[in-house]
Design a protein around this ligand. Sequence first.
Ligand code: NAD
Length: 495
Amino acid sequence: MTNKLWHERAAVLEMDGRAFINGQRVNAISGATFECISPIDGRKLADVARCDSGDVDAAVTAARAAFEDRRWAAKSPAERKRIMGKFADLILAHADELALLETLDMGKPIKYSLSVDVPAVARCIRWYGEAIDKVYDEIAPTPDSTLALITREPVGVVAAIVPWNYPMIMAAWKIAPSLVVGNSVILKPSEKSPLTALRLADIALEAGIPPGVFNVIPGYGREAGSALGLHMDIDCIGFTGSTAIGKQITQYAGQSNLKRVWTELGGKSPNIVFADCPDLDAAVRAAIDNIFFNQGESCNAPSRLYVEASVKDAFMEKALALMPSYQPGDPLDPATTMGAIVDRIQLNSVLGFIESGKAEGANVLTGGNQARLETGGCYVEPTIFDHVNAGMKIAREEIFGPVLSVFSFTEVDEVIREANATAYGLHAGVWTVDIRKAHYVSRALRVGTVHVNQYGDDDITVPFGGYKQSGNGRDKSLHAFDKYTELKTIWIKIT
Ligand code: NAD
């Protein structure tokens, strides 16, 4: 579809901002709404239900009732698989609509909403559906006189609280494994990107997920989010978001019913390029692609680049040559590779970081300014800082925007120390032909994922999560089932 056709579709796209509780679209009980604004041009997309504790109570009541009467959990694994498969099929059938909503709501290029986000969501839902009738429980090696069955049961009512950077993907990583094992789920999308989550709920119902099993509560974090965190009848929270709010969610659990809390939080990922890197061009492209993809709004973006001193000049020359193809453009133009920053608050935060980098003496190699002001939207030039030192704010804090900090090093142990000198521990990159060095560095890095001689490979089959203040949970892969199930042992006397 062309730029013009996407704009024409956007002009007539229907957007329903009502919550989804017990299989129905409903207004917030208070009647309150908030405005959903597109960062592409500042236009209002919809009035969205501003849910608060009353709506959360209604969603929990519906979710609990659905869990207790086992309208979903009692279906055979094969039947749940079939319904999840239909859910995935319907998502693909609505691909254009979902991609357009995602782009309008949070600003990412339509090219990627269509080619990355929608297929990843369908694959995630199908993959967990496929898995559920292939995962077996255990029998313990006990004496002949007894049988000890170790089984997994759904934890009950799960709340999923997600951010705005990949609104549908982050939701799918939580709802697919938690639904398929038989839980009831309440999803709270970010107030910055609520629209696709609500459409997913309509589609799930059409696929056959019974009313009450999957509910969506849009609203602000301090209202709907905290009500979920503090609720006495929610058994588990899967949270993806900032480290600051992750700490708060953990406290809510302690203040309420000790619900299980799984956190997937921020990052400040190091990408280490040794002089013996097998392919400098590939390393340059991966470094630039991965920091600027999704406008830099990726938790695992390699925002700290460490290049061995002897190849740094060559590396940066190649990096700067790539920059013309990473400039922000109209997100509805299929040729655009960088879109809009999610909203004005985030835009001002990113610009504030850029100003702090300049003020603290880092050198702007490229970018450093707001862009496309004439659109009324939120755009930033992709920005690279050189001469960054470890004490600077841009080196320490997660920016969550298109800003790269570049460092140089000479010693292996020195760069490991610097890479690890952060509160975060999400991802890292290592580039070298020396397998011993690659392995030594990979083991020494305190992160959940290390990419060797590539960056950003990803698949639903592998766990995704962090060490340290990047959180304690793992999304994706069969390991995600650990978060949404309880282990039960049943001892049976045989003789
Ligand atoms: P955020 O922490 O501000 O918000 C995340 C969610 O929490 C939103 O739905 C928000 O409404 C809700 N929330 C806010 N305050 C709350 C409160 N007091 N109680 C309950 N809920 C509350 O984060 P964000 O700005 O939406 O997302 C960006 C962050 O997410 C970045 O730090 C990024 O690294 C992180 N992230 C992590 C991963 C991962 O897998 N580790 C993936 C994507 C994003």
